[in-house]
Design a protein around this ligand. Sequence first.
Ligand SMILES: Nc1ncnc2c1ncn2[C@@H]1O[C@H](COP(=O)(O)OP(=O)(O)OP(=O)(O)O)[C@@H](O)[C@H]1O
Ligand SMILES: [Mg+2]
Length: 250
Amino acid sequence: MARIIVINSGKGGVGKTTTAINLGASLNKLNREVIIVDANLNTPNIGLQLGAPIVPITLNHVLKGKAEISEAIYEHASGTKIVPSSLSIKELTKFNTKKIPEIARELATMCDYVIIDSAAGFGDEVIAVVEAADEIIIVTNPEMPAVTDALKAVKVARSMGKEINGVIVTRHNNAKYEMPLSSIKSMLEAQIIGVIPEDKAVKEALNMRDAVCHTHPRSRVSRKYYEIACKVDGRKVVVPRGFLSRLMGN
Ligand SMILES: Nc1ncnc2c1ncn2[C@@H]1O[C@H](COP(=O)(O)OP(=O)(O)OP(=O)(O)O)[C@@H](O)[C@H]1O
Ligand SMILES: [Mg+2]
């Protein structure tokens, strides 16, 4: 049975989708079978970011009882498996978010990790994915508004009896105006499992419709996502060969 990990944040635009895609791709590198679910039912992104914008069957269809979840799994050229949500405005209504936990459990029989990319905020679809979670990873930027919303997400999850696996601080610039990591940790009362630097490689990857871990495997951001995947998978960080040879100047 797979672990069901929900990527949540409270605030929008902090890097949840980027994290879901790159954590998934990094776990693939560790030979783990992963299915990434786009549970952002109203404004989905994963299909767009991975270059599969229009597909016949989506999570929305499954939630409406029009299709089976096995019909909504697609494989990206890189091997990453995704369950996209629909981009069509016709599919925006009448889906039953209460079915999300059951669907997640079904997916969990097919892989090692189900990674669910949550929408921002605390609407029905977000509460349903939190309900589905075995563990939650909170993504935040090192700024007070993002951390304040992350705290709400932590409290909602804990009030539902869910475990916070850890916090990932993304778009980190090491600037004086940013909140110190120690303050973020004590405010959220959770461990920080990774700090992802601001890196233009992320936007370049978006433009190439792939995970930055695939398009820029030697970038710092890819290296950091790989380290997080190792931590999540409970193994020592093994430096990939390409990274080592770069350090050695080969
Ligand atoms: N480490 C990074 N460096 C540079 N840009 C980044 C980084 N991480 C994310 N971004 C950019 O920030 C923007 C928001 O990222 P993303 O879509 O992953 O956030 P999100 O939390 O999923 O947003 P939403 O709440 O709208 O779903 C995107 O343009 C993405 O390319
Ligand atoms: Mg997103």
